[in-house]
Write a protein that binds this ligand. Sequence first.
Ligand SMILES: Cc1ncc(COP(=O)(O)O)c(C=O)c1O
Length: 391
Amino acid sequence: MHTFKPSHTLQRLPEQFFARLAGKVQQLTAEGHDLINLGQGNPDLPTPDHIVEELQGAATDPTYHKYSPFTGHRFLKEAIAQFYKREYDVDVDPDTEVAVLFGAKTGLVEISECLLNPGDTALLPDPGYPDYMSGIALANAKTAFMPLLEENGFLPDYGAIDSDTLDQAKLMFLNYPNNPTAGVANRSFFDETVQLGKKHDICIVHDFAYGAIGFDGKKPRSFLESAGAKEVGVEMYTLSKTYNMAGWRVGFAVGNPSVIKYLNLIQDHRYVSLFGAVQQAAAKALIGDQTAVNDLVETYERRRNVFINALNEIGWRVPMPKGSFFAWLPVPDGYTSEEFSEILIDRAHVVTAPGNGFGKSGEGYLRVGLLADEDVLLEAVRRIDELKLFE
Ligand SMILES: Cc1ncc(COP(=O)(O)O)c(C=O)c1O
């Protein structure tokens, strides 16, 4: 069979770091081992019933069997605006400040293609969600990394970025609550970010994928709550985590009208918007009963408490995550992230994601998803304890 050559664009795409780990998990599972896989970020609980029922009803409506309006149904954009008003007291114009997306991932990749020319620079969190780099590679642009260090609460230190880089940068990605560090942002950090964006003409993209998941009674702040945020950027939101709808592929961008226009433009050329019935169910999720969201956050908080306390009891000193559904575990001295992750897989059959897979500054950590029942999380700790690595 003839093998065609991929385009230069495809050849620029970064390698999938976690492919090797996934291969190993597959192999061990095929060999019959009972793995506890905490290495992924796929929500384990189902979509709330009332949202599924809304889809079931809407699926029979012949209106939705036709093409959807290119930029999405207006009722969904209105629901998004209502959601932002209710949750964050932020005013969003449904016509000019909302772009409906096939999941936040789509928008996070597209935005680089929308704003960057070849050779332009984008600022990225390190460690960070790998897909930001995919869009930058497709745009043939350059990356400049902002280390997220524990001593800075996993916030970037803007003072440490050299002024040439700041002048060259056109785009900056941020993400709080953070994947993978579980750090959260505060008001002054977002205010400072708006000022930085203004001063250096950088478009700020805040990835708010874990916006609903804050612990200890602290609701994560939206970037758009900071005065002037809409002038300098957009926020990407997804229904994947808040409503356990990762498979449904519904997300949206809100904020700066010019950026929203470009996102809609690129999508006009690539897709027709989501299945109308999915849009109706998404609107129901956003403006309907929110009890399930509160329950979900309580579930993650309980899991967090059980897991982190158990780790500390066996001698693994781990701080409490403040948001997201991840825990960011410091690797004991003498091991790299990959070495320690390998030991946990091989000898305890517990799968974690080595932190260096999310960037250089992730070295020295493992990421764990709190995406299993409490008894499974406790069993993982019990298996780790048996290795007697923390005495
Ligand atoms: C930080 C972050 N951003 C974005 C996404 C993608 O979300 P979506 O399912 O809406 O594409 C994820 C999913 O894991 C994520 O962790």
